[in-house]
Design a protein around this ligand. Structure first.
Ligand SMILES: [Zn+2]
Length: 417
C-alpha cells in the first residue's frame, strides 16, 4: 500500500511539473507601458510567475531571484496584451476546427490574430459549435492562440440575412436566428448562451437585397437584450444607421460594433448624451468602411467624404467621454493587418494612449475583467505584447509586434532578425 501510494504521489508531481510552474521569468524591455495613462517605464523589467505578473518596474530596482530565467521575448516596447473586440471565425479555413491538424489552426490564428498582438478576441457571429471547438483546443493547450469569446449565432430580422454575408457556408446561414416573436428571441439567446456563448449580437436593421431594409422590432430586440442581461452578458449590435442606433438605445444594447457609414447627418447631441448615460461602447471599424467602399468601386473622393464623416461620429462620441473599443471585423474582412485602423483612429483624433486604452483597459473594463486584464501590474494575467518600436512616435508601431505572451507562455514570436 505504501509503495503504490508513493508511486502515485511521484507520478502526480511528475505530470504537474511543479518546478516549471514555479519558475520566475524575466522579461526585459527598453520601455514599458504598464497602462495607457500611467507613466512609461524606461529600461524596465516584468517578472512573471505561474502565468501572472509579479513585478513591473525599473530594472535596477527589481529583486530578481537567482533561479529566474530570461525570456527570449525581450528588448522592445512592452504593453499589455491587445483585445480585438470585433472578429469573426467564418472563413473556410476555420471549418472543422474540432478535427483540423493543430499546426494548421495555429497558423490560421497566427495569421489573423496572434501576430498582431491579440491575446483576447471577441467573435461577433460565427458557426457557434465550430468556434467553441476551436476555443476548447486553445484552452487545452493543444494550439497556441488568444482567449476567445463568442456571441455564437447572431439574431436577424425575419427574412433579413444581409446580402453581404450570402457567401458564407449555407449550413451556417440556415442556422442564424431570425426570431419572429419575443419568446423566440429569448429562446435563441438561451440556446446561444447554453452552447457556450458569451453575449448576444443583434442585427437591428439589415439589407437582404438592393433597396430592401428589414427591421427587428423593438419588442423582439428588447426581449433578447433582457434575456442576455439576466445571464450577466452583454448585447452587441450592428447599428447600420442613426435610426437603428436609437433603437439600440431603446432596447438596452451595450456595444455598437461599428460607426454608421453613409448617414446624412452627424450623431446629434441628444443621441450622444443617451449613449453616454447608457454606458454604450463603440467600435469604429474605419478600415472596414474603406474596404467595403473599394469593393463597390467607389471613387477615392467619395470614400474620403464618407469615411471622414465616420471620423466626426467618433470624435463627437469621444467628446462626451464615450468608451471606444478596438475592433476590425477581421475574418469577415479578409485583410487582417490592423495598421491602417491605427492610422485611421489617429486621423479621427485619438492619441496613442487612447488607442492603447481601446486595445487594453477599455475592453477589460467593459467585460468586467479590469482587475485581471488590460494592464501590466502585479497579480494581473501575464498577457503581454513586445513591440519593435514605440507607438508614441508613430501609431503604426502598434502593429510592429515582435512576440506575444499569454498567461506567461509565448504564443507568437516573429521569426528571423
Ligand atoms: Zn462583423
Amino acid at each position: 500500500m505504501i509503495k503504490s501510494g508513493a508511486f502515485l504521489l511521484f507520478f502526480a508531481l511528475g505530470t504537474a511539473s511543479p518546478a516549471l510552474a514555479a519558475d520566475t521569468w524575466v522579461i526585459q524591455a527598453a520601455k514599458i507601458y504598464p497602462a495607457p495613462n500611467a507613466a512609461p517605464i524606461e529600461d524596465g523589467v516584468v517578472l512573471v510567475r505561474a502565468g501572472r505578473v509579479t513585478y513591473v518596474g525599473k530594472r535596477v530596482s527589481a529583486r530578481i531571484p537567482k533561479s529566474a530565467k530570461t525570456s527570449a521575448c525581450s528588448g522592445g516596447v512592452l504593453t499589455a496584451g491587445f483585445q480585438n473586440s470585433h472578429v469573426h471565425f467564418v472563413e473556410p479555413r476555420w471549418i472543422g476546427a474540432a478535427h483540423q491538424p493543430a499546426a494548421e489552426l495555429e497558423q490560421s490564428l497566427e495569421d489573423m490574430l496572434t501576430r498582431y498582438g491579440f491575446t483576447t478576441v471577441f467573435d461577433t457571429t460565427s458557426d457557434q459549435a465550430n468556434t467553441v471547438a476551436l476555443r476548447a483546443r486553445v484552452e487545452k493547450g493543444e494550439i497556441r492562440g488568444p482567449r476567445i469569446f463568442t456571441v455564437g449565432l447572431g439574431l436577424f430580422p425575419p427574412g433579413g440575412i444581409p446580402s453581404y454575408i450570402h457567401d458564407l457556408p449555407p449550413q451556417m446561414l440556415a442556422r442564424l436566428h431570425q426570431p419572429r416573436t419575443a419568446e423566440e428571441a429569448r429562446a435563441a439567446v438561451r440556446a446561444n448562451i447554453a452552447a457556450g456563448g458569451d453575449g448576444t449580437k443583434l442585427f437591428l436593421h439589415t439589407s437582404p437585397g438592393q433597396g430592401v431594409v428589414k427591421r427587428m422590432s423593438a419588442d423582439i430586440a428588447r426581449a433578447a437584450a433582457e434575456e442576455t442581461h439576466a445571464r450577466g452578458k452583454l448585447v452587441m449590435a450592428h447599428p447600420t444607421s442613426l435610426e437603428a442606433m436609437r433603437l439600440a438605445l431603446d432596447v438596452g444594447v451595450d456595444v455598437l460594433v461599428h460607426t454608421t457609414l453613409g448617414e446624412e447627418s452627424p450623431w446629434d447631441a441628444a443621441t450622444l448624451a443617451r449613449m453616454k448615460s447608457a454606458h454604450m461602447s463603440v467600435i469604429p471599424t474605419f478600415k472596414l468602411w474603406i474596404y467595403e467602399l473599394k469593393k463597390e468601386d467607389a471613387p477615392p473622393s467619395v470614400i474620403d467624404t464618407l469615411v471622414d464623416a465616420t471620423f466626426r461620429e467618433l470624435e463627437s462620441f469621444i467628446g462626451v467621454q464615450g468608451q471606444v473599443l478596438f475592433g476590425t471585423d477581421v475574418g469577415y474582412m479578409h485583410d487582417y493587418d490592423p495598421t491602417d485602423e491605427y492610422v485611421l483612429m489617429a486621423k479621427a483624433g485619438m492619441s496613442h494612449a487612447q488607442i492603447l486604452e481601446s486595445l487594453t483597459t477599455a475592453p477589460a473594463a467593459r467585460w468586467k475583467e479590469e482587475k485581471r486584464h488590460g494592464q501590466i501590474a502585479p497579480g494581473f494575467a501575464a498577457d503581454l505584447v513586445m513591440l519593435a518600436a514605440d507607438p508614441a512616435e508613430d501609431v503604426r508601431n502598434f502593429a510592429s509586434v515582435q512576440c506575444v505572451i499569454r498567461a506567461g507562455e509565448t504564443i507568437y514570436s516573429r521569426a528571423g532578425p
